[in-house]
Design a protein. Structure first.
Length: 474
């Protein structure tokens, strides 16, 4: 292999107080929270929109922000803050749905059991525009179609990030940074310790290329699911396998209705062996996933109830990654912490979602939940707390992470990687940046109690011992 040594002087295009790296839901919340406190912020995003997996990967429903209470038969809000602001505004505009009247006792178009049906389906185009408008109103500078290539540092402090877009290569400087890339890219470039995949073999959870279909007969589909008590059509897939007509490594079909009636997200592809931090791997996943979805569509139309007249609305242009790098933080949330409901004095967010992370080699099996073909909620929990120190990477004084790249055991990714908690972590990260700038300190020195107080001011829903602000959806 030939090596090329390359050096170049780069202009610093601009300098900010805060640069948020990544424009998914965590990055959006971080930038908005900081800018509202007067922080001069920029957000760097490699795609052409905000929202990340929610918008550009086709997962058009927010999970983890609501939870069904079986005792009260209500949907309870579990995140608050910027998440509730966004979803309430979209619902008011008709660009999202509040599912408070959903029948949680049986299968329904929005999910096969309560934790799935407690989502907020949304219309992606208006959601993208809404998020952009909010950031621009607060003066956040957006850098779309911009990739982060490296960092320039002095000791344990990042001075600049090295970027590339159609204008060429340039650098952006800041006092503080947020790594909301999902893949811990900035922490990795900085040389902070990171982990990837299972400790035994580094394999990661399957990826998924999403497909959206319209002209589905939702009533026929749901009637079949209830009649056969088969939310994922296991018996149909078994018949196809017996006839050698099912070519996939997974044996479930996962469907959720979106905002429009009879428009369904097909969250079914489970692509094993994909490394979201490797260019060749994600390229192969796109090619294989697109071809796989077309084959799946043929089988759905021919053999599955409700799909005879279905049409492909689109196949996503980006593979959805469930797992890649995670930082090694000042504290790591262990599986034991999650299972025992450990309480943290520096808690800045919590998740009530289930352990949901498919096996790297058996995509229809979840090691924490069991057989995904016959799902249950036996591993349900009240809350898993996310401490401030799990967002702060070792090895850098002015970088904080938010989203699925925080410091947790990989099993804890299942409940932590979901969008609702990612909004919450992003808001906490943005407020922590504000504290750093106000007090001229690094993230390690931030008093989490100060961040908690700011979160409560902004109507975020921390665990009950911090706040009493809870209740059913209005």
């Amino acid at each position: 292999m030939h090596k090329v040594q390359y050096s170049r002087r780069l202009e610093e295009k601009a300098h900010y107080q805060l640069i948020v790296c990544g424009g998914g839901v965590a990055g959006y919340a971080a930038a908005l929270a900081a800018a509202r406190r007067g922080v001069r912020a920029a957000l760097v995003e490699r795609e052409g929109c905000l929202g990340g997996t929610a918008t550009n990967c086709g997962v058009h429903f927010f999970l983890g922000g609501r939870k069904y209470n079986e005792k009260t038969n209500l949907l309870e809000r579990k995140v608050g803050g910027i998440f509730d602001e966004l979803t309430d505004a979209l619902i008011a505009e008709g660009a999202a749905l509040e599912l408070e009247n959903t029948d949680f006792k049986s299968y329904n178009p929005f999910g096969w059991y309560p934790r799935m049906a407690a989502s907020v389906p949304f219309e992606p185009q208006r959601t993208k525009a809404f998020m952009e408008r909010r950031l621009m109103e607060e003066g956040v500078k957006l850098y779309y179609f911009t990739s982060i290539l490296d960092v320039a540092a002095s000791g344990d402090k990042i001075d600049k990030i090295v970027c590339f877009n159609k204008s060429g290569m340039f650098s952006l400087g800041a006092e503080c940074f947020v790594d909301a890339t999902g893949d811990a890219d900035v922490a990795f470039f900085m040389g902070c310790p990171t982990r990837k995949g299972r400790p035994s073999d580094s394999l990661m959870a399957p990826a998924s290329l999403e497909m959206v279909l319209d002209s589905v007969d939702g009533r026929e589909l749901v009637a079949y699911q209830n009649k056969h008590q088969s939310p994922k059509f296991a018996e149909i897939i078994d018949q196809l396998k017996e006839q050698s007509l099912w070519p996939f490594p997974f044996d479930i079909v996962v469907l959720m209705q979106l905002v429009e009636e009879d428009v369904f997200l097909v969250n079914t592809m489970r692509q094993i062996g994909v490394d979201g931090t490797d260019g060749d791997s994600v390229t192969a996943a796109m090619v294989e996933g697109r071809a796989g979805n077309l084959k799946l569509f043929e089988l759905l139309r021919k053999y599955f109830p409700g799909f005879q007249k279905a049409r492909i609305r689109y196949i996503a242009d980006k593979v959805g990654i469930r797992e890649s790098r995670r930082i090694t933080g000042l504290y790591n949330v262990s599986l034991a912490d999650a299972l025992t409901g450990k309480k943290f004095g520096d808690c800045i967010a919590a998740t009530t979602y289930n352990f949901d992370l498919p096996d790297p080699l058996a995509p229809s099996h979840d090691p924490m939940l069991g057989d995904a073909r016959h799902p249950n909620d036996h591993r349900a929990h009240e809350e898993i707390e996310i401490p401030y120190q799990s967002l702060v990477p070792q090895g850098c004084c002015n970088l904080i992470a938010a989203g699925r790249c925080i410091s947790v055991d990989r099993e804890v990714l299942g409940p932590a990687r979901i969008m609702g908690p990612c909004f919450a972590m992003g808001q906490a990260a943005g407020l922590a940046a504000y504290v750093c700038l106000q007090r001229h300190i690094g993230y390690r020195e931030v008093d989490a109690l100060h961040v908690q107080a700011l979160l409560l001011e902004e109507n975020c829903l921390l665990p009950r011992r911090f706040t009493k602000k809870r209740g059913g959806c209005q």
